[in-house]
Design a protein around this ligand. Structure first.
Ligand SMILES: [Zn+2]
Length: 120
């Protein structure tokens, strides 16, 4: 089951929620800390390794990414798969879809258009 990360706008805590693809977007998620429902999706954080979280630090070194060419969607897809594998955890629901689309040759701009709630 994919994990979705949210930021609770009310109490400013970060939470992770396990939801099935069917549940996502249909059931209301509430914050376990304050019960608020004012939650913001955090999906861009893992996507391009811009995170400052320590578990992602090894990806801060471009040499770890191999032959990454940011203008080549397939090259980005390879890097993202590698990143996903090395993190060893389930990636957000959109992650696989984005990688699939990159591998199909779509640009991040096109993908962004096709997945409206994506924040690349
Ligand atoms: Zn809260």
């Amino acid at each position: 089951m994919p994990t979705y990360d949210y930021l609770c706008v009310d109490c400013n805590k970060r939470i992770s929620v396990h939801q099935s693809y069917e549940e996502y977007g249909r059931i209301t998620v509430s914050c376990p800390h304050c019960n608020g429902t004012n939650l913001q999706r955090l999906i861009n954080r893992v996507r391009f390794a811009r995170s400052e979280e320590s578990r992602l630090e090894s990806f801060a070194d471009p040499s770890e990414w191999g032959d990454l060419d940011e203008n080549d969607p397939r090259s980005m897809a390879r890097m993202m798969r590698k990143m996903g594998n090395e993190l060893g955890e389930e990636m957000p629901g959109e992650f696989d879809e984005v990688v699939d689309r990159l591998e199909a040759g779509e640009t991040p701009q096109e993908i962004e258009k096709n997945i409206p709630d994506l924040d690349l």
